[in-house]
Design a protein around this ligand. Structure first.
Ligand code: PEP
Ligand code: MG
Length: 901
């Protein structure tokens, strides 16, 4: 038997999502469940892939199967495709496995031609309606299938409305629409050089091809790239009997979510329009009414819809996004799918569905994307300054969060500026799928038309960007590149602030702050996540305030305290410079036995001062983290990071000389800085090499740690300090430093009369350390993967230089699949890690292993860390909640959940 390319809705079900796409599987499942669905058939995603494989030809058998399916639908409906007396009209829609809202194209009313039009008029007794359906069909078919610019049609429609004085589309009469049909056909002929195709089968063939082709269209590709959806999934095509929401005021169409997608509240949320077709709601050309209004307008239909909504949510065990049409008082369900939702809604719905017994706690954890958690921690407008801002009005609050940026009126420019790192707010009359690339690179979006389910709102919510929509007072002049609202004119490039949570818009830059507290629902979900994790989540924190934030967000330890960051605080920098600039001289003094030498004295004076402040810093962190481990890394960066820049000094010295006022002090400083210059400082005197070259510095830090630990434990708190040596490449480096520093530890223990247990370990951030991890583990009680440096040294790519220069291009050209400084490169860097964990634990089975590079907060990298059996990942405090969810999801996905929650 020939391969099956086509399935009737009665033949499919929800499990066939891969093959039928989300929409096809959804309508099939609704059909199975006995819901009122207008009938049709689905051409599979396999057919789409076969279409591409054969250079854009339908695969053998597909068309004849479609014809057979069409015959069945004709029998089901009692209508005939192309039958002038009793015409069957269909919609042709795309539907991929994953919902790509508004990404793909839909053609409605297909099958109309001058003959079937007469049939439609006879069937409905409504000439105006029939001509409206016809002009819509030509318009959509023209745009989507024949690739004619939508504006060509819109322009004529607007001109007609103006000419006849019709404020809205529904004010156009049958005669007007008839004239528009003629006009639109003329546009098609002029643009394509061919008359509009009248044969319904030609229309169907072309439309199916266009849907297949749209899979590889620019906007679909951009969306998939952003969402990480594979390009080879293909889209299915759904051919479905038309039902009409524009047959009069007892008809209508709408979209609704079973819960509020902004807040998660358990109420039907959505919009509908009377006497309208689907695209009127989504495109935002008319502003719809809230769904609650349907209860007033058509109580029975509303009750029925509510019942179906409830049923579908229970059936799919998730919040659903529903589309429906009412044709002369009869309700049809067009589509159901899991609804996109804001981060806050995702959390609330997941937690409430557990309480309602719909899902269990493990499923709840899986219902929230880790990155969504990040949005909950995203900025909002500082309430204290709100009153001082210049508000210029309010649109619809369509996607939460606040954003600041420069006004840009087109997606291409938004993308270009966004890529350059500039913050922009995309302002459009309404958005459509062609704007997605701009939305991706904007901070937020503002539209004049369309409701909370308009394209802009849906896409912005999915991307986690603030959106203010449907601001009808907004007058946008795309030519002049300005918008005006209530007499205020804003130009492209002006700074604007939007609050997607309230819909307010402000001139200028509003001060944004990050939320301080996690919601109760989120805390609950995170507790469940902690119960399911195998990996712990620690934080990178350099100050007590960071540590406090980390702890509040649920960190179970500090995985990296970069002690050098403390050197930049307050007025410490001069002391740090004194230490650095005298370090080399002090070594010479000391070798010569001159402990009263200038350098030796200056060096030790600085060290003593730093020991005091570091003791306080460490005590602050240990106090906050009482009972939990704190990994303190000894000095790591190249010393020049603390000194004035050589080039700048040189300019100053030369300038002083040129004006005849040489500055001896500056010249001396220049000489010293020059002596410390390195061609490749990241591969130079840094990390443990510093500790070996200038042991007093590391000894000072160890003394400070010991004193801090003794003080805090003297306060009755439990301290768990761990000392970490950076950039080790050879066992001898670690061995030497360990001997030296353990002596310091012992000395301090005796002096302070304490017996605090201190772990001693190293970072693995140089390939050689990973390759010789068996040896390294002889000395190290713990490993912490410094994946920033490990990536840098494995790729031999300078992380400080590459991103702006070539790395992003590498990623956009597909030379590298992802930026390896953000998402761990499993094949290369990850392989070294795997080796190191195995070899390290062969030597020392209880070796504690973590990740403290940026990857520690990245969900994909966390998943890998989980698969390696690491003990923890460590990330910045604000990423901790994200990492907790990601760690739990990784454990659940890999079947390693610690316990059942
Ligand atoms: C690392 O290299 O991954 C690391 C955490 O150290 P730093 O980023 O401070 O070099
Ligand atoms: Mg490093």
């Amino acid at each position: 038997m020939a391969h099956k390319w086509v399935y009737l809705f009665t033949e499919g079900n929800a499990q066939m999502r891969d093959l039928l796409g989300g929409k096809g599987a959804g309508v099939a499942e609704m059909t199975q469940a006995g819901l009122p669905v207008s009938q049709g058939f689905t051409i599979t995603t396999e057919a789409c892939n076969a279409y591409y494989a054969s250079g854009k030809a339908f695969p053998d058998g597909m068309w004849s199967q479609a014809m057979e399916a069409l015959a069945v639908v004709e029998a089901q409906t009692g209508k005939g495709f192309g039958d002038a007396a009793n015409p069957l009209l269909v919609s042709v829609r795309s539907g991929a496995k994953f919902s790509m809202p508004g990404m793909m194209d839909t053609v409605l009313n297909l099958g109309l031609n001058p003959q079937t039009l007469q049939g439609l008029i006879a069937q409905t007794g409504n000439e105006r309606f029939a001509f409206d359906a016809y002009r819509r069909f030509i318009q959509m078919f023209g745009k989507i299938v024949l690739d004619i610019s939508a504006e060509m049609f819109e322009h004529r429609m607007d001109a007609m409305k103006q000419r006849v004085g019709a404020p809205t589309d529904t004010d156009l009469t049958s005669d007007h629409l008839q004239e528009l049909v003629r006009d639109f056909k003329a546009v098609v002929t002029a643009e394509t050089g061919q008359p509009f195709p009248d044969d319904p089968l030609d229309q169907l063939r072309l439309a199916i091809g266009a849907v297949f082709s749209s899979w590889m269209g620019r906007r679909a590709v951009a969306y998939r790239e952003n969402e990480g959806i594979a390009h080879d999934l293909g889209t299915a095509v759904n051919v479905q009997t038309m039902v009409f929401g524009n047959m009069g005021w007892d008809s209508g169409t709408g979209v609704a979510f079973t819960r509020n997608p902004l807040t998660g509240e358990r109420v039907l949320y959505g919009e509908y329009l009377q006497n309208a077709q689907g695209e009127d709601v989504v495109a935002g050309t008319r502003t719809p009414k809230p769904i609650a209004q349907l209860r007033e307008d058509m109580p029975e239909v509303y009750a029925q819809f509510q019942q179906y909504a409830e049923m579908l949510e229970q059936h799919y065990r998730d919040m659903q996004d529903l589309e429906f049409t009412i044709e002369r008082g009869k309700l049809y369900m067009l589509q159901t799918r899991s609804g996109k939702r804001s981060a806050a809604a995702a959390v609330r719905i997941a937690v409430e569905m557990v309480a309602e017994g719909i899902i269990d706690k493990h499923e709840a954890i899986g219902r929230v994307e880790p990155e969504q958690i990040d949005q909950l921690l995203h900025p909002f407008i500082d309430p204290d300054t709100r009153g001082t801002l210049t508000s210029i009005g309010r649109g619809l609050n369509a996607a939460p969060g606040a954003a600041v940026g420069r006004v840009v009126f087109d997606a291409d420019r938004a993308e270009a500026m966004g890529r350059r790192g500039e913050k922009v707010i995309l302002v459009r009359p309404e958005t459509n799928p062609d704007d997605v690339h701009g939305l991706i690179h904007a901070q937020g979006v503002l539209t004049a038309r369309g409701g909370a389910t308009s394209h802009a709102a849906v896409v912005a919510r999915g991307l986690g960007k603030p959106c203010v929509a449907g601001w009808e007072a907004l007058r946008i002049d795309l030519e002049a590149r300005t918008f005006t609202v209530d007499g205020v004119t804003v130009r492209e490039g002006d700074l604007l602030s939007i609050d997607g949570g309230t819909g307010e818009v402000f001139l200028g830059e509003a001060p944004l702050i990050s939320p301080e507290k996690l919601s109760d629902d989120l805390q609950e979900l995170l507790r469940w996540a902690d119960g399911a994790q195998r990996l712990q989540v620690w934080a990178n924190a350099d100050y007590p305030s960071d540590a406090a934030k980390a702890r509040e967000f649920g960190a179970q330890g500090i995985g990296l305290c970069r002690t050098e960051h403390m050197f930049f605080q307050g007025d410490r920098l001069p002391v740090v410079r004194q230490m650095i600039l005298n370090a080399a001289g002090a070594v010479v003094d000391e070798a010569d036995g001159r402990t009263d030498g200038v350098h030796y004295r200056a060096f030790h004076e600085a060290l003593n001062k730093l020991e005091e402040v570091q003791t306080e810093d460490f005590a602050g962190i240990l106090r906050v983290m009482h009972g939990l481990p704190v990994v303190i890394r000894l000095l790591d960066p190249p010393m020049h990071e603390f000194l004035p820049r050589y080039e700048e000094l040189l300019v100053e010295v030369t300038r002083a000389q040129a004006i005849g006022k040489p500055n001896a002090e500056l010249e001396q400083l220049l000489k010293e800085v020059e002596e410390m210059r390195e061609a490749n400082p990241m591969l130079g005197l840094r990390g443990c090499r510093l500790g070996i070259r200038f042991p007093h510095m590391y000894q000072m830090q160890v003394r400070a740690i010991m004193r801090a630990a003794a003080t805090v434990s003297g306060e009755g708190l439990v301290v768990k300090p761990e000392i970490m040596i950076p950039l080790v490449g050879h066992i001898n480096e670690l061995r030497l430093l360990k001997q030296l520093l353990l002596k310091e530890v012992d000395k301090k223990q005796q002096e302070l009369g304490t017996n605090i247990i201190i772990k001693f370990g190293t970072m693995i951030e140089v390939p050689r350390a990973a390759l010789t991890a068996d040896e390294i583990a002889e000395e190290a009680e713990f490993f912490s993967f410094g994946t920033n440096d490990l990536t840098q040294t494995t790729f031999a790519i300078s992380r400080d230089d590459a991103e702006g220069k070539f790395l992003l291009e590498y990623v956009s050209r597909g030379i590298l699949p992802k930026n390896p400084f953000q998402v761990l490169d499993r094949k290369g860097v990850g392989k070294l890690m795997r080796l190191a964990v195995q070899a390290g634990r062969d030597t020392r089975p209880d070796l504690e292993v973590g990740v403290c590079g940026e990857h520690g907060g990245d969900p994909e990298s966390i998943e890998y860390a989980n698969s390696l059996g690491l003990n923890y990942v460590s990330c910045s405090p604000y990423r901790v909640p994200v990492a907790r969810i990601a760690a739990a999801q990784a454990a659940l996905a890999q079947g390693l959940a610690r316990q059942t929650v």
